[in-house]
Write a protein that binds this ligand. Structure first.
Ligand SMILES: C[C@](O)(CO)[C@H](O)COP(=O)(O)OP(=O)(O)OC[C@H]1O[C@@H](n2ccc(N)nc2=O)[C@H](O)[C@@H]1O
Ligand SMILES: Nc1ncnc2c1ncn2[C@@H]1O[C@H](COP(=O)(O)OP(=O)(O)OP(=O)(O)O)[C@@H](O)[C@H]1O
Length: 274
């Protein structure tokens, strides 16, 4: 059975408080984007080991047992004693991009196992499992535009549709550590709360909708700021870094002709429709 885990972008991201457990409270809107990995599982015929993981296309660092799809499988296996499986992960969403690729893979693995082995878990139950795998993992269970607060795990649905808009996602060949990015933030409540700005016309977002990580990440990696500026030069109605970087997205009106970008070699570029 196969599924297609998709990326997310953050529309606005305010880091409001450092918590005693070391994590941070934040406010953001998660919006799904059709940039997809492919994730396929089969019951494994050789029963001498629990799983075999094969990656294809983009590289993923780390040991197989640390891969989030494997962690998702082992989490459900602990409770439901699943058969051994063979996993094929075709990676197209770049890692360390702020696009939630690893979290999406994990959440889609939970949904896939639920369906394949008829575990009959509800979305709420799947969200509880997902939340133990990563801060923004639970979003990908329902995978609809969502306002998130808490550590990124308390959700309220929002009625926001960007249908018809085009999106460009550009990721330069630089890595931003999410943990390190959080450590450089001075948490504060925003002048214009994300939840309110998002209800305003998209033309107003440029001045009001802020990703707090940009202020600390741009000085260290000026190329990310340059990409954002280029997206505005090319006609984006709104552009921002996603998550803690290093990707930047630009939203373009349905009728706008997105040019062929000419970024440095090694830059990841995706152009699609919302
Ligand atoms: C910044 C965002 O991309 C916004 O969507 C996400 O909140 C990041 O989510 P993620 O990559 O799934 O993050 P995790 O893998 O859970 O956490 C990585 C590290 O980031 C820090 N972290 C993460 C989320 C959060 N609300 N506060 C934090 O301080 C913690 O040091 C944590 O060890
Ligand atoms: N299935 C997976 N796909 C990608 N990375 C994975 C996966 N499993 C574990 N990882 C590890 O997680 C790290 C972060 O990858 P991820 O794709 O989630 O990017 P991210 O940009 O940090 O996403 P986020 O928006 O959640 O911050 C990688 O460096 C990698 O070592």
């Amino acid at each position: 059975m196969i599924t297609f885990p998709n990326a997310k972008i953050n529309l606005g991201l305010s880091i409001t408080k450092k918590r005693p457990d070391g994590y941070h409270n934040l406010e953001t809107v998660f919006y799904p984007v059709a940039l997809e990995d492919a994730l396929e599982i089969h019951t494994y015929s050789q029963e001498d080991k629990k799983f075999a993981l094969y990656h294809h296309e983009l590289e993923i660092t780390g040991n197989p047992e640390d891969n989030l799809v494997v962690r998702a499988y082992l989490l459900l296996d602990k409770e439901y004693h699943l058969p051994p499986i063979e996993i094929h992960l075709y990676k197209h969403i770049p890692s360390g991009a702020g696009l939630g690729g690893g979290s999406a893979d994990a959440a889609f693995m939970l949904k896939l196992l639920n369906e394949y082995y008829r575990l009959k878990l509800t979305d709420s139950q799947l969200e509880v499992y997902a939340a133990t795998l990563g801060a923004d993992c639970a979003f990908f269970i329902k995978n609809t535009p969502t306002f998130a607060e808490g550590i990124g795990n308390i959700f309220s649905p929002i009625s926001l549709s960007l249908k018809g808009y085009q999106i460009a996602i550009i990721k330069p060949d630089v890595f931003v550590s999410t943990r390190e990015a959080f450590s450089k933030i001075h948490p504060h409540h925003p002048e214009f709360p994300v939840k309110e700005v998002i209800r305003r016309p998209i033309e107003e977002w440029k001045e009001l909708l802020i990703n707090d990580f940009e202020a600390s990440v741009f000085p260290q990696h000026p190329i990310i700021r340059e990409i954002k500026e280029e997206l505005y030069c090319q006609g984006a109605v709104y552009a921002s870094m996603s998550g803690s970087g290093s990707s930047v997205f630009g939203l373009f009106r349905p009728e706008c002709r997105i040019p062929d970008f000419n970024f440095k070699e090694g830059t990841f570029c995706y152009i699609g429709k919302l």
